[in-house]
Design a protein around this ligand. Structure first.
Ligand SMILES: CCC[C@@H](/C=C/S(=O)(=O)c1ccccc1)NC(=O)[C@H](Cc1ccccc1)NC(=O)N1CCC(N2CCOCC2)CC1
Length: 216
């Protein structure tokens, strides 16, 4: 696989979004993954912006603005019958009643996969298949101002994951390998909304809950 790869350069990543005052990061991680799968692995090859609010309101396996898991969201989307576009089911940033409309579904899932915790295998999977939904401990992200984040384990527990985000690529700056992570805190946070984090030692637990939906 190439030394560097960035799915933003290959039409598989929508613009950075903003979850606002709602703990819906898990929904953004989920839609980001499915947006990539649809653009890369479906017959249509179209990059669509998908609805997080549908997940916040209608995914009863998760807890809306109080948190959730992408792995549970994939299952909920399959049971609901698919996911609508951002435009058809717009983001409100608060828990609301479910307004799911089957006739507006644009993407259906066929399943989901767990991805290896080995970061070399993760990079190979990403290059072959697309962006990866991950859980991470977001402690260091709250103070991130740019560069390659590599906090001490002491400050960034590998076992208490509290944030859902999306790995869209990887690279190396000099001798330092890094992941390119899409966040959902708006484009003024981090590096145009992105987090560059050290690749290779399970920083902040980013390798421990890697998942993807499958679209066909
Ligand atoms: C209150 C919810 C906060 C929200 C993200 C909010 S956030 O605003 O992005 C943020 C995160 C960190 C610091 C500051 C701000 N976090 C989540 O949704 C995280 C995201 C995550 C964690 C681990 C792996 C993947 C994804 N998930 C969670 O918070 N939860 C996971 C599911 C859990 N359920 C409990 C009952 O039994 C079923 C499971 C509820 C809590």
């Amino acid at each position: 696989i190439p030394d560097a790869w960035d799915w933003r350069d290959h039409g598989a990543v929508t613009p950075v979004k903003n979850q606002g005052m709602c703990g819906s990061c898990w929904a953004f991680s989920t839609t980001g993954n499915i947006e990539g799968q649809w653009a890369i692995n479906s017959a249509s090859r179209k990059l669509l912006s998908l609805s997080e609010q549908e997940l916040v309101d209608c995914d009863k396996e998760d807890e809306g603005c109080n948190g959730g898991l992408p792995s549970q969201a994939y299952d909920a989307i399959m049971k609901l019958g698919g996911i609508e576009t951002e435009n058809d089911y717009t983001y409100e940033g608060k828990d609301d009643k479910c307004k799911f409309n089957q006739s507006e579904v644009v993407v259906k899932l066929t399943g989901a996969v767990n991805i290896s915790q080995d970061e070399n295998e993760m990079a190979a999977w990403l290059y072959k298949n697309g962006p990866i939904s991950i859980g991470i401990n977001a402690f260091a992200m709250q103070f991130y101002m740019g560069g390659i984040s590599h906090p001490w384990k002491l400050f960034c527990s590998h076992t208490s994951l509290d944030h859902g985000v999306l790995i869209v690529g990887y690279g190396k700056k000099g001798n330092e390998p890094y992941w390119i992570v899409k966040n959902s805190w708006g484009e003024h946070w981090g590096v145009k909304g992105y987090y560059l984090v050290y690749r290779g030692d399970g920083t902040c637990g980013l390798n421990t809950m890697c998942t993807s939906a499958t679209v066909n």
